[in-house]
Structure formats: C-alpha cells, structure tokens
Design a protein. Structure first.
Length: 617
C-alpha cells in the first residue's frame, strides 16, 4: 500500500516538536500504515530560521539554560505517552560528562565548559541543542515512518502537492504549517514612511526580525531614531556597537565601561513606556514553595459568567490578585521581618477582599510598612506616567537611576518577592488560553486587552533580557552611543527628516534614519510569505475575524489546530500551529515541568494526523 505523505512547512522547534509527538504516538495510532514526513524549510531542521547557527555570536537567549526544554514530562496533561528528554541545562551537563555524543563547534567549547543552569546561553548553543534534539527524534523514529528534508521555500499548494521555490514539488496528503511569526509587508503607516524615505534620501527600516536585517548601510556617527525598547532593541544595540568592533570592559565595582570603535551610530531610543524591559531575576525564591495557582485557574475560569466578558472589568481583578498572591506569599514566607501580620491571617483576609478594593489596600498598607515592599502594578506598567523633565539631560539621569535600581533589585535576594510575582504571572499566562478556548471573553477585549496590552505587560515584566544587557545599555549611554528619547514616543515626517517628540521632556529630535525595533504585528492580510499569500488568496487559509475585524492571525480550530475555511468549517487534512494562529501559543520550546501548552498542542495535532493517516491510505 502506498504511504501517506505529510508535509510540514517549517522545520524549526515547533515542526520538530510535532514530529517528536508523531513518533511517540505512532505505536498506538499508526498501525501498519507507512508515513512519509516531508520537512520543508530553507533553514536547518531543528533550529530553523530563528535559532540557526549562522547568526552573530553576540546574540543570546533571554531564557536560562534550566528553563528550556523540547521534551514532555509527567506534568504534561495529554493523551499521548511521555517521552522524557534533557533540558538544555541537562543536555549541556551530559555532554560535559561524556554521556552524549554530539559535535560541538570549536567556538562553543569555552561557553559549554562554563555554562551554569542559570546562564543565558548564546543562540548558537541553543541552535546546537535543537540540532541534537532533531537527530534524536530521527534516531527514535519507529519503523514505518520516514523523514525527507527539503531545503527550499514552499510557495503554493495545489493538487495535493506543495510546490517549492526550487521548482520541485512534494506530495501532501496532509499539511501542517508551523511557520512561526508571520513576516509582513509594511502596513499603511510604514508604507508611507518607506515612500517618504525614498523621496527624501532617508533610511527607514520597518519592523522585522533583527538578526535578518542588514543594517550595514547605517554609517558611523549617524544619529538614528529607534522606536521600541524591548528585546529587538537589545539585539539591535549589540549588533551596532560591539558588533562593529566596540568593547565592553568590567570595572572593579561590576559596572561596565564601553570603548567605542568609531564605527558606531548614535541610537536615540524611545517607546510608549520609555524604559527597557525589566531584567531577569538573578536569585531563587527565599521562602516556602508558592501555592499556585490560587485565584486564577481552570476552575475559576469555568466559574466565570457566560459572557461576553470584558478583560479589565471581569478578568484582570482575578489576574492581578494572582500576581499579588505570588508576590506577597514570597514576601511573607521569605522575609517575615518586613511584615506586621502572621501569614495565615494575611492569607485569609487577602482571599476575602476584592482586588484593589478599599479593604485590600488597607490590609496591605497596614501589614507591609515599607512602600518599596508593596506591589504597585500600575506603576510597574507605566513607570514614567506623569513624569516630565526639564530637558534630555535630566531625563537621562532619571532613566539611568531607574535602570540601576532595577538591576540592583533583580540581583538582591532581599527583593525575591518580585520573583514570586514573576512566577504567578507565568501561571496566569499558562491558564489564559483556557479563557480564550471558552469563547466567553468579548472578542474585541481578547484582541485589544489580552493579545495587546496584557501580552505587552507580560513581556515587559517577565520576558526581559539578561541583566548584563542592561549593564551594557548603561555603558553605551555613558559612552554617548545611546541616548534615551523618552516615553510616548511620536515620530513624524517633516522638513525632509524624521522628527521625534516624547512626553518626557520638551523639544524635538531630528534624524535621517529611523529603525522600528520590533517584530511586525500579526497580519495574514499583509503576509510577505508567498505560501501564506497564495493560500489566503485562494481562500484555503483565512484570517481570524473579531466582530468582523481582522485579528491578523491564521484562523484555526482551537481544539486540534485545523485550518478553518471562510465559512468556518474545519479543513479535513490541513493544520497550523504557532504564535500567529487562533491558538495564540507563542513558545515553541518551554520551561520543564509546567504542563506546557505547546507540548499539549503538539501532542493533540500529532495524534489527529496519525489517525487521519490511516484513513487517507
């Protein structure tokens, strides 16, 4: 009997993760059917595009080695079997002990030897781990499953074949799109800036993945406006400074000093908040294990009214209370000398009061004497709100002090309550997809409040850079290579230049170069990928609509990742997983032992594919 052919477009961590689950579930579901899996990607299977080895060695992960895994464990609630494997930290340790055999590039030997569980590894080391994961998956494939690699771009699907850019085609009885973040053509505003730059001889760099963009045309000494102060800016900052020959040296007090090469531009960076993302905590919890979730779990979500629910009115009070519970639990049990009430009494009274009620505020103010020990989520979200400075110099001084204080707080175990809040926020993020699955959240609130504001707040608070990156930022500012432009950054095109103003201080800043330091927003309508465009234009792939307004995401069924047709019916044999689908699962790999959603999704889709494979053939 002829085999069933599955085409997986996108051979990065998500595509390989589904392949691993196909392998694990085959004994139960595939029977005697033969399955040929075609991995289609111009980049190497395992790392894929984002984690490919061929990128700057300066770029690092924003996760610690102990927080990265590709494998299931006993916490993952799924129908398929657990097939455990090493986290990145465990893999590195096993390599050092000689328990694993895998070729490591010579320029990674020193990093591997010095790597700690709390290190932030280079993306090249993560690439090597993902390549090893892929080889292990291939080695463990059961009889009857064959994998064929195609190092080319997929451009269209027709007659049950995926056509590739090199002119070949791949049979596809079943199709899975794991294409990651959708690259996009410039939107209307960006397109206007592109045209303005062309007409006036300026340089404009629209949103995109920083490691893929060629910034070599930015000349030394050029004043550059940078819009965005998150992780994309961190990468840009390194590539245009140390990546151009500059050098960071450490002083005796642990601070850094930057010696320019002379090839750097001058970066004027601002954003809506006007501050960089918080650095990752550098300590462990000091108190008792956190009891999470407490106020926001599956049962609480199930008990919410039928809806439509407004996120800020109906859900945020529960979310904020969960974050505060993690924060104050750690404060009470890790630093009992800084509170005035026994933990059992505090916990009982905290549970009784509605979040941010007069009673809740009175409880916290009475029990937590130091203001710096009280959690202020509004201040965390908008640290510059209401702040106005006389000039750029006084603002710069304030922001330096803000970043220095953040670094000190994230390095001092005395403030481990911040880590309690961090862990609670991760718990919330883990459970929010259940709310989306329930269909009770108002669609506009889902897109604007959850996908927009909350995701941004989560990234700002919990998904920031390693501490060293902020130390480097301060060194670059002191060297005059970076300046802080402020909050509520607004850029206009006038007088033949890009002109920036902010709410932080008066005056304007002009530049001939503008860089958008961010990934493009999800947009099926503006997708630059040829395959996504052709599927969209043929009606085989649709954009999720929210009350008639496009969300930007590929429309998929939440339960099994099937593509949904224009009439809302699921495609029989086509699937998609990733951050820009209705499932909204951003991570391809995840922290170990947290019942991770991506692993559950991978398992569910793999089992559906295996069940279909028997029926197709």
């Amino acid at each position: 009997m002829a085999p069933c052919h599955l085409a997986i477009v996108g051979a990065g961590p998500r595509g390989v993760g589904v392949l691993e689950r196909i392998s694990a579930n085959a004994a139960e579901l595939l029977g005697t059917t033969r399955l040929v899996v075609h991995l289609i990607d111009p980049f190497p299977p395992g790392p894929g595009r984002i984690w490919r080895y061929e990128q700057s060695p300066l770029l690092r992960m924003n996760s610690m080695t102990e927080d990265v895994t590709m494998f299931t464990d006993e916490t993952v609630r799924m129908d398929g079997p657990v097939r455990p494997g090493p986290s990145l930290a465990e893999w590195a340790d096993q390599l050092r002990r000689g328990e694993l055999r895998h070729e490591i590039a010579a320029d990674l030997h020193d990093e591997l030897a010095a790597l700690l569980t709390t290190s932030f590894p280079t993306r090249r080391l993560q690439s090597t781990y993902l390549a090893w994961v892929y080889r292990r998956v291939l080695d463990e494939l059961p009889e009857g499953i064959e994998v064929v690699e195609h190092r080319a771009r997929a451009v269209r699907v027709e007659d049950d074949h995926v056509r590739l850019a090199d002119g070949t085609s791949v049979p596809a009885d079943l199709l899975l799109l794991t294409v990651g973040h959708l690259d996009a053509e410039p939107d209307a505003a960006s397109a206007g800036l592109v045209e303005y730059a062309r007409e006036h001889g300026l340089s404009y760099y629209p949103a995109g993945y920083t490691a893929d963009i060629d910034y070599s045309a930015i000349p030394a000494g050029e004043h550059v406006l940078v819009r965005g102060f998150g992780l994309a800016f961190v990468d840009l900052m390194l590539l245009l400074t140390e990546g151009r020959g500059g050098r960071f040296d450490e002083r005796d007090d642990g601070s850094l000093v930057y010696t320019p090469s002379g090839a750097e531009p001058v970066l004027h960076v601002g954003s809506r908040r006007g501050v960089p993302y918080h650095s990752k905590p550098g300590y462990r919890l000091q108190g008792e294990p956190l009891q999470l979730p407490k106020f926001f779990d599956a049962a609480v979500i199930e008990a919410l009214p039928e809806g439509p629910l407004d996120f800020f009115a109906d859900v945020w009070p529960l979310v904020a209370k969960e974050i505060a519970w993690g924060y104050y639990s750690e404060l009470w049990t890790g630093h009992p000398d800084r509170v005035r009430l026994g933990f059992p009494e505090f916990a009982e009274r905290f549970a009784e009061h509605r979040w941010d009620s007069e009673e809740m505020r009175a409880l916290i103010e009475g029990a937590v004497p130091a203001e710096e020990d009280r959690l202020d989520l509004n201040r965390l979200d908008r640290p510059l709100a209401g702040e106005r400075f006389e000039d750029a110099e006084s603002f710069g001084k304030h922001l330096r002090e803000y970043v220095e204080a953040d670094l000190a707080r994230r390095a001092d175990p005395a403030y481990s309550a911040d880590l309690g809040g961090f862990m609670a926020l991760l718990s919330v993020y883990h459970h929010l997809p259940g709310l989306a699955d329930s269909g009770r959240l108002d669609p506009i609130s889902q897109v604007s409040d959850v996908d927009g504001w909350f995701h941004g707040f989560f990234s700002f608070y919990a998904s920031g850079p390693p501490p060293r990156r902020l130390r480097e930022l301060l060194a670059l500012e002191q060297a005059g290579v970076v300046s802080f432009a402020g909050a509520e950054l607004r850029v206009t095109s006038e007088r033949g230049r890009f002109v920036a103003t902010t709410s932080s201080f008066p005056g304007e800043l002009e530049a001939r170069t503008l860089v958008e330091a961010r990934l493009p927003n999800a947009s099926v309508g503006l997708a630059s990928d040829e395959l996504i465009r052709t599927l969209r234009d043929s009606g085989e792939l649709t954009e999720e609509l929210v009350l008639g307004q496009p969300s930007g995401r590929i429309h998929t069924r939440l339960s099994d990742g099937r593509l949904l047709k224009p009439d809302g019916t699921p495609h029989e044999r086509w699937f998609s997983l990733g951050p820009h689908t209705s499932a909204r699962s951003a991570a391809a790999f995840t922290r170990p032992r947290i019942n991770a959603l991506p692993l559950r999704q991978n398992d569910a889709v793999a089992r559906e594919i295996l069940s279909l494979a028997k029926r197709v053939r």
